[in-house]
Ligand binder design. Structure first.
Ligand code: PRP
Ligand code: ZN
Ligand code: MG
Length: 223
């Protein structure tokens, strides 16, 4: 791949992380000219550009070297490492960013008894996070079915295609609306700055170091 001299940061195109991520980058002294297709935003002051993509694609883009850094949920990063990125060099979580906090949890129908994980044995669990769910089940020695869905996981119990779900919970509103209750937590998540384990030894590496320094300053002020 042709080496770039400008740094490229991937972030979610539209979703819960978009506004706070942009706000954080602005506070770090970065500003962007919005391009017409809004997929690529050229950085105005510093040599740092933005790529606006689906959050699930961000770890892969970093692993391929298409982007140098990404702002993404720990849940997406961890799922990638357990599935598509299994064989690749693990990515690093450079900094936790303090926004987009949520939990990856098991939720069960209101009326279903749940005291401990063993009660999931032989049940079917719908999720968009098969890697994290399977690992958690394995760690707990529980044999359960994993039904992988790309979205709308919360309706699976009502449709009869699963007995429970494993999905992100933020306010809990989605669970209440679907007569589900949170039963167990697999992972505490928030937005993180992700990148390769080793920084490039060129201007981009220097820029990343500068950015990390500014980020630490911004985060300190926020505490
Ligand atoms: C997540 C998750 C739940 C919802 C939980 O979906 O899948 O549906 O948020 O949030 P709550 O507890 O505040 O209701 P999201 O809206 O991020 O998008 P997606 O399901 O399309 O990925
Ligand atoms: Zn997503
Ligand atoms: Mg959802």
């Amino acid at each position: 791949m042709k080496t770039r001299d400008r740094l490229r940061i991937a972030m979610q195109k539209s979703g819960r992380l978009t506004e706070p991520a942009l706000d954080l980058l602005n506070r770090c002294g970065l500003s962007f000219r919005q391009s017409r297709d809004k997929l690529f935003c050229f950085g105005e002051g510093e040599p740092v550009d933005l790529l606006l993509v689906r959050d699930d694609d961000i770890p892969g883009l970093i692993a391929q070297g298409v982007c140098d850094l990404g702002i993404v949920g720990r849940n997406v990063l961890s799922e990638y490492q357990l599935t598509d990125g299994r064989e690749a060099e693990p990515l690093a979580e450079w900094r936790p960013l303090g926004f987009g906090r949520c939990r990856l949890s098991i939720a069960v129908p209101q009326e279903m008894a749940y005291e401990e994980v063993g009660q999931l044995a032989g049940r079917r669990i719908a999720t968009s996070y098969p890697g994290l769910l399977r690992e958690w089940l394995r760690t707990n020695g529980v044999d359960a079915g994993v039904v992988t869905l790309a979205g709308s996981v919360e309706i699976a119990p009502r449709l009869g295609t699963a007995d429970a779900i494993c999905d992100l919970v933020q306010s809990g509103g989605t669970l209440v609306a679907n007569h589900l209750r949170e039963a167990d937590v697999l992972l505490e998540s928030e937005a993180v700055l992700a990148g390769p384990q080793t920084l490039p030894v060129d201007e981009r590496g220097d820029m990343i170091e500068l950015l990390l320094k500014r980020l630490d300053g911004v985060m300190q002020v926020r505490e």
